[in-house]
Structure formats: structure tokens, C-alpha cells
Design a protein around this ligand. Structure first.
Ligand SMILES: Cc1cc2nc3c(=O)[nH]c(=O)nc-3n(C[C@H](O)[C@H](O)[C@H](O)COP(=O)(O)O)c2cc1C
Length: 310
């Protein structure tokens, strides 16, 4: 599969997931065969005001086969200027968030709020494409802002007119947040209507659901979010390979990777969330993990919990 001029090794992708799709998880997912892994969403305004928190989110190395950053905002000029910053120059692909349902984001006219305004979408994508100077710009949508009012086909056509190189469709409306079942009929419709690659997203959890969704929608690729949290080796399973891993080894690898670019206190804090996700894959003992991390403060304690609970 190709996104603009960027060739991917696989059409299976790790979705942007705020608080989780950090560099460590992305490197692991690439190692298990993902073709594209995207950073969590990063604010254009935050970048332009040099917010230090964004540096951690933008960490990458050449071990990422393809470097993809997701940006959010609502002003075309902000996208243009943010994409031209040196921190963003190292990324091969720029993805634009047009699906975030969170109130704080939507009330600023960002994320899924943009799906009410295809004309603005075209302007934003155009500005991003100008700023990206040949690097592909992609867009991630939901079905629409309000249940029963699908706008994704018009939005995808607007994004394509603005120069987008790929569209992802998460099969839910904004007001559904993450509840209900994903409806992939709109990804299928978008695939029929645009001439750029279309990626389907939502509720893909194993090889069977992946095959069903790809057969039904005829989309070019699939993006996985929640099923890959605490299970980066899912990309092996999705491509029909057996994963010979132990959860404990994976967690140790995750911690070591994080330590290579973050201070200990940040690693301990971020690993709390990841441990809860890894615990989902334990046959029993997930409750004990949640109880153990409540008072977790140091790296030493983190390793002890991993040893004891996994
Ligand atoms: C905790 C959480 C954080 C998320 N953060 C982002 C984000 O930063 N950018 C984005 O485009 N989507 C984000 N999403 C949405 C996912 O990328 C994905 O579209 C959604 O979870 C459906 O896919 P899934 O069923 O495979 O989880 C987030 C989802 C969750 C659960």
C-alpha cells in the first residue's frame, strides 16, 4: 500500500491513541509487523506556542519505518505554520484529527467539530499540503458529528479536493464517543467515492474481524486502536502469524524503550496506564494489578509489580 509517495510494508496500522501510542508502543508495533503507527494527536497551537509537553509526544527515531504525526486544530494557517516547524520536519506523514469527540476539543471547533464544515476541511487540508512540501497529508474522520446525520462522504471528498493522500473512517458518530458497535457501511461508501486509499477503523480485534471488515468495505487498510493496547504483538496475529511472546517480557521491553527517551517519573506514570492494558491479557489477576499500581511511585516498585503480577 502507498500513501502518496510513501510505501508501507503492511496495510495494518496502529491508530493514534492519546496517552498510549507513545514512541515505545509504536516501535514495538512496527517490530510486530504494523505498516504505519501514528503519534497521538498534538495541538497545532501547542506547537506554535512551544509547549514543552509536546516534545515527549514527538519523540521518534529511525527505527520507526514510517514516521507519522497526528495534528489537531481548526485554523488552516496554524496547520501550515505548525507543519513547517523543525520538530515536524522529521515526520514522513502528517495526519489531521477530524474525529476527536472530547468536549474541550470540539468546543474549540477542532476534532470532530470540523465534520460539520466540509469547506473548512478543504481549506485546512490545502494549507497542510502546502506546508508539508510533498509529504503526504492524511485525515482521520468519524461518520459525522451527530447520530443520523452522516457527513463523512462530503468531508472525505473535501479532503481529497484539498489534496489528502489517505482517509481513515472510524465507524461511529461523535455523540457515540466509543459506545455501540462500529458501522463500517460508511467506510465502504467513502471507498467507492474517492480515488485515494481508504482505511477502516473501529472494533477490529482479531484476524476474523479484520478479514470480515476488509472484505465488506473493500478498504485498502485497517487501523487498530484499543485491541493493540497492552498487546502490540496483535499485528503478528492479524497477519496470520503465531506470537511467541510472554506479557512480562513485553512489559520489560516497553519500560526499557520508554526509559531511553523519558525521565523515570514520566515512565512510571505512563506505565501505570499501559500495565492496566497488559493486565487485560492475563487469564486472571487484572484486579490485583489495578490495586498494586494505585500507590506506585518509583521505577523499582514498577519492576517489582511486573515481577509479582505478570
Ligand atoms: C483513550 C483513547 C484515546 C484516543 N486518542 C485518539 C487520538 O489522539 N487521535 C485520534 O485520531 N483518535 C484517537 N482515538 C480513537 C482511536 O484512534 C480509534 O479511532 C477508536 O478507538 C476506534 O478504534 P478501535 O475500536 O480499534 O479502538 C482514541 C481512542 C481512545 C480509546
Amino acid at each position: 500500500m502507498k500513501i502518496g509517495k510513501v510505501a508501507l510494508k503492511s496495510n495494518l496500522m496502529l491508530a493514534p491513541v492519546a496517552g498510549y501510542s507513545d514512541y515505545a508502543l509504536r516501535e514495538m508495533a512496527y517490530g510486530y509487523g504494523a505498516g504505519l503507527c501514528v503519534t497521538e494527536m498534538v495541538s497545532c497551537k501547542g506547537l506554535l506556542y512551544n509547549n514543552q509537553n509536546t516534545n515527549f509526544l514527538l519523540y521518534t527515531t529511525d527505527k520507526e519505518l514510517v514516521k507519522a504525526v497526528q495534528l489537531f486544530g481548526s485554523d488552516p494557517l496554524d496547520f501550515y505554520n505548525a507543519i513547517r516547524l523543525p520538530q515536524i520536519e522529521k515526520f514522513d506523514i502528517i495526519d489531521i484529527n477530524m474525529g476527536c469527540p472530547v468536549k474541550k476539543i470540539v468546543s474549540n471547533g477542532e476534532g470532530s467539530a470540523l465534520m460539520q464544515n466540509p469547506r473548512l476541511i478543504e481549506k485546512i487540508v490545502k494549507a497542510a499540503v502546502d506546508g508539508a512540501e510533498g509529504r503526504p497529508v492524511t485525515v482521520k474522520f468519524r461518520i459525522g458529528f451527530e447520530t443520523g446525520k452522516p457527513t463523512v462522504v462530503d468531508c472525505a471528498l473535501a479532503a481529497e479536493a484539498g489534496g489528502a493522500a489517505m482517509i481513515t473512517v472510524h465507524g461511529r458518530y461523535r455523540d457515540q464517543f466509543y459506545s455501540g458497535e462500529a458501522d463500517h457501511s460508511f467506510a465502504k461508501e467513502v471507498k467507492k467515492r474517492v480515488n485515494i486509499p481508504v482505511v477502516v477503523n473501529g472494533d477490529i480485534t482479531n484476524k476474523e474481524t479484520l478479514e470480515d471488515v476488509l472484505n465488506y468495505t473493500e478498504c485498502d487498510g485497517a487501523m487498530i486502536a484499543r485491541a493493540a493496547l497492552g498487546k502490540p504483538w496483535i499485528f503478528l496475529e492479524l497477519s496470520g502469524k503465531k506470537a511467541n511472546v510472554t506479557i512480562k517480557d513485553e512489559i520489560i521491553k516497553h519500560i526499557s524503550l520508554m526509559l531511553s527517551y523519558s525521565p523515570e517519573n514520566l515512565v512510571v506514570n505512563n506505565m501505570k496506564k499501559h500495565l492496566c492494558m497488559y493486565a487485560k491479557n492475563l487469564k486472571r489477576g487484572a484486579k490485583a494489578v489495578r490495586a498494586a499500581i494505585a500507590d506506585l511511585k518509583t521505577l523499582d516498585e514498577l519492576y517489582k509489580i511486573v515481577e509479582r503480577c505478570f
